[in-house]
Design a protein around this ligand. Structure first.
Ligand code: HEM
Length: 325
């Protein structure tokens, strides 16, 4: 989740911007410093979402409680709520950084009055913030599990919470058996794909660029994980519709980026030679698939056939997932 064009970023200059560089190169340490205001805003958003979820749980309108009635107590489950809040800010920041990244690597709309250098900087800082938020989301879930497994000794408690949250395949209850590994895959891919930017002088700019493209997979996994597991988007109600609708601009920008990449060498053009035809066909097919996805997203959102369940009139009788023994 870092910018596409090293060449543009090398030309960046101006007050305050060069503090993130050593010998003309952007450094992680410098970008971490630049990310402070962005991260502060993200924590503000997280706090607002937390309060919202807390109040909803207290007032009996929480979808989470409708799915899991035993959670009808925000004072006990505040860490779970905080985990959810970090999940939402992580997803929002992931959305933002992907959108900015696509603007950097695609053709920028003329109306956009932000310089490519500024966009790149925003892309770098928001991607660092996204990683921190994703980690905070998983850590708060682990913290809630530590609280929950009170019958175990401390070592087992910490291990059970760590394994359930961070070891793929360990969590063995309900939808989480699939949804949690998807979230873990998103987190574990985001970190190297994002941070490789800072060592691209070692691995080569081309290798970095090729690897960095896979960051879109991180985003798709994050959205998939949320649609599958988020109890606040469990039912076919407005939050789920909004989540689907938010994916349309991403698909449109991705298509625009593929059709009009900033780098001349990435334009589709003509196949050139018969030898290049399979590769050209693959790239052309990619554009058609993304266009199809954009249309499909619109159909899903407008038709309401979005995988949301019907909210039951009577709350289901559920219990927390079994304690580890
Ligand atoms: C180690 C990785 C992860 C773990 C253990 C994890 C765990 C969970 C759990 C247990 C839930 C269910 C909460 C609920 O009841 O709604 C959840 C939901 C969610 N997760 Fe994750 N997750 C991980 C990675 C991610 C990533 C990478 C994102 C991306 C931004 C993300 C975003 C969300 C969102 C937005 C929700 C919905 C929360 C809600 O409904 O209020 N998660 N996650």
């Amino acid at each position: 989740m870092s910018p596409e064009t090293a060449s543009q970023e090398e030309t960046e200059s101006g007050s305050g911007k060069n503090r993130s560089r050593v010998g003309g190169r952007v450094t992680l340490r410098g970008d971490l410093r630049l990310a402070v205001p962005d991260a502060a805003a993200a924590f503000g958003v997280t706090a607002a979402v937390f309060v919202f979820l807390y109040v909803r749980m207290g007032s009996g309108t929480s979808a989470t409680v409708a799915v899991m009635p035993f959670m009808d107590d925000p004072r006990t489950y505040w860490m779970y709520l905080l985990s959810q809040a970090f999940g939402w800010s992580a997803l929002l920041w992931a959305w933002g950084t992907v959108m900015i990244g696509l603007l950097v690597s695609g053709t920028r709309p003329e109306r956009l009055r932000v310089s490519p250098q500024t966009l790149e900087r925003w892309h770098r800082t928001t991607s660092l913030t996204t990683m921190a938020l994703m980690l905070a989301h998983a850590l708060m879930f682990a913290a809630e599990l530590v609280r929950y497994e009170a019958q175990l000794g401390w070592a087992e408690r910490l291990w059970a919470a760590f394994a359930d949250s961070f070891v793929p395949g360990w969590y063995d209850s309900g939808t989480g058996q699939i949804a949690i590994p998807i979230g873990q895959a998103a987190l574990y891919l985001a970190v190297p794909l994002g941070l490789l930017f800072y060592v691209r002088h070692r691995i080569g700019a081309r290798t970095w660029r090729v690897l960095h493209r896979f960051v879109i997979v991180v985003y798709v996994l994050s959205v998939w994980h949320t649609l599958l597991y988020g109890t606040n988007v469990w039912y076919g109600e407005w939050p789920r519709t909004v989540l689907w609708l938010l994916q349309i601009p991403v698909a449109v920008l991705l298509l625009a980026r593929l059709v009009g990449p900033a780098r001349r060498s990435e334009r589709l053009g003509k196949p050139g030679s018969v030898r290049r035809l399979p590769w050209w066909t693959l790239r052309a097919a990619g554009r058609v698939v993304v266009a199809g996805v954009a249309v499909a997203l619109l159909v899903v959102a407008l038709s309401g056939r979005d995988g949301g369940r019907e909210r039951p009139v009577e709350p289901p009788s559920t219990s927390p997932h079994p304690h580890h023994s």
